[in-house]
Write a protein that binds this ligand. Structure first.
Ligand SMILES: Cc1cc2nc3c(=O)[nH]c(=O)nc-3n(C[C@H](O)[C@H](O)[C@H](O)COP(=O)(O)OP(=O)(O)OC[C@H]3O[C@@H](n4cnc5c(N)ncnc54)[C@H](O)[C@@H]3O)c2cc1C
Length: 462
């Protein structure tokens, strides 16, 4: 993925704004550039755009939206920014966090009202670390539907998406101004396209096993659950152009992927009263810390697995989730009418399971404190019949990336913007700090949506 000298290079065509990657970030950047009066072109390596966005649950955090307002949810940029800063243990860049939060509400209103996306507020439970109901998602809670809505909007705006267009090289002049790119087509032919501004919306390096091994070694053997086309190209090109990078060891993990079915099971189960037990029938963590850090914790258990345990009340909360329906249809969820049956299903000593449940009852009654620090007093204890799902920990996407300013311009090592390079979504450094524990639910799509829009507007302006 080299950066090549632009001198003497002729281009087949030249466009004002070129965008690499047709996930949420790239498509939203394209809509924003088009709204600003500029014709962008989106380049996507796959024949059908999907990205990690289509694999996601499509939950976009945003504050001060009209949808929140209609539901009487009182939220603000300050409250949302404080939640993100708190989860990242103040390691995130405050100015970027505030810019993202400030842009989040207007971006959702614009997507819904101007571009016809069908998004609703996710109600009924709060994701770990969020103090307000602020997740906006398609009714199905499916990223595939989010992508379908975005592609429809892009087509309605007559924006060109070139699919089967794998960007292999970037051409830049001596001042590191990007002049164009080379794309490789599925038939191995290549084309060169010139541009006045380039937006890197091609996500991080989760699909690049060598980079994961080097930068996040203890997740090298973990299941990668994101889009395999995300090979870290933005980081390679950015670094060649003199860009600064940060928090490359940071990532979003998830401690609840059904094993061996490979289906995500919503963390809402844990937030509302479910527990995770290891192969010995014991709890091993505070499930309410967050699902991201839970990936490593599950991977450290015997067999690198855990059991999600829940009951009918909790099942009803997630019954509408597309992922949950799939998990049920694929037989990933096992039912037990008693603790004794549950012990049989998860193959643990019944006496140990009885003791684990007795402990939880004592924590809930306030007779004893959970040694892992979870507050059990807020939800009813689990009641038979029980459900069990065998899960493992997975790497979802990387959170480190190119350093950008509040206009999504990529910064060099002295914090000066590069001449015409922008980054958003997983290509840019996120707001989750240096480790997996800093990821607040939705930080991924927050950057893709808020900064995708900012990148599109800034690039169009340039
Ligand atoms: C299972 C799962 C669930 C998730 N759920 C949520 C959620 O509910 N909420 C949330 O906020 N986040 C969630 N995330 C994270 C979220 O999906 C990502 O943060 C977000 O989709 C990133 O968007 P993006 O546009 O930056 O990248 P992507 O959607 O991955 O798009 C990048 C695109 O760039 C293309 N590309 C890469 N390299 C090149 C190249 N050289 N040339 C041309 N094209 C290229 C790729 O093919 C891809 O289509 C989830 C992630 C996973 C894996």
């Amino acid at each position: 993925m080299p950066v090549l000298p632009a001198e003497g290079q002729l281009f087949d065509i030249e466009v004002p704004v070129l965008i690499i990657g047709a996930g949420a970030s790239g498509l939203i950047a394209a809509l924003a550039a088009k709204d600003a009066g500029v014709d962008p072109v989106v380049l996507e390596r796959d024949l059908v755009p999907s990205g990690s966005t289509a694999l996601s649950s499509g939950m976009i955090p945003a504050c001060e939206t009209r949808i929140q307002h209609e539901k009487n949810v009182v939220d603000s940029v300050d409250i949302m920014a404080a939640d993100i800063m708190h989860k990242s243990r103040d390691q995130a860049d405050r100015s970027i966090v505030e810019a993202m939060c400030r842009a989040s509400g207007p971006a959702i209103d614009w997507l819904v009202e101007k571009h016809g996306l069908e998004l609703t507020l996710v109600e009924g439970f709060l994701y770990p670390g969020h103090s307000k109901l602020r997740m906006h998602a398609p009714v199905s809670r499916s990223g595939a539907d989010l992508m379908a809505g975005l592609i429809k909007a892009v087509e309605a705006c007559d924006i060109d998406i070139m699919t089967g267009a794998h960007v292999t090289d970037i051409f830049a002049d001596e001042q590191n101004a990007v002049k164009g790119v080379r794309i490789e087509r599925p038939d191995q032919s290549s084309e060169v396209i010139g541009c006045r501004a380039l937006i890197l919306a091609c996500n991080g390096f989760g699909g690049n096993a060598e980079m994961v091994r080097r930068l996040i070694p203890d997740m090298a053997e973990a299941l990668y659950f994101g889009h395999t086309g995300n090979q870290g190209d933005a980081i390679s090109w950015g670094q060649d152009l003199g860009a600064a990078t940060k928090h490359l060891g940071s990532f979003q993990g998830h401690g609840s992927v059904c094993q061996p079915h490979g289906i995500l099971m919503s963390w809402a189960l844990m937030m509302e009263g479910g527990v995770q037990l290891n192969a010995e029938g014991k709890r091993f963590s505070n499930e309410h810390d967050g699902y991201s850090e839970q990936a490593r914790r599950v991977l450290q258990q015997t067999g690198a697995i855990a059991w999600n345990i829940f009951d009918d009340r909790l099942r009803n909360i997630v019954a509408d989730f597309e992922d949950f329906r799939q998990a049920e249809n694929h037989g990933a969820i096992l039912k037990a009418d008693s603790l004794s049956e549950l012990a049989d299903i998860i193959e643990v000593d019944e006496a140990i399971l009885v003791e684990t449940f007795a402990d939880i009852a004592r924590f809930a009654a306030g007779d004893q404190q959970d040694p892992h620090g979870r507050d059990f007093s807020k939800h009813p204890v689990l009641n038979a019949p029980f459900y069990a799902a065998r899960v493992t920990g997975a790497l979802f996407h990387t959170q480190g990336g190119l350093l950008v300013d509040t206009n999504a311009r990529v910064l060099d090592l002295r914090s000066h913007p590069l001449p015409n390079l922008f980054a958003s979504g997983g290509a840019a450094c996120g707001v989750s700090g240096s480790e997996d524990w800093g990821y607040l639910s939705g930080n991924g799509l927050l950057s893709a949506v808020s900064f995708g829009r900012i990148a599109g507007m800034s690039a169009a302006k340039l």
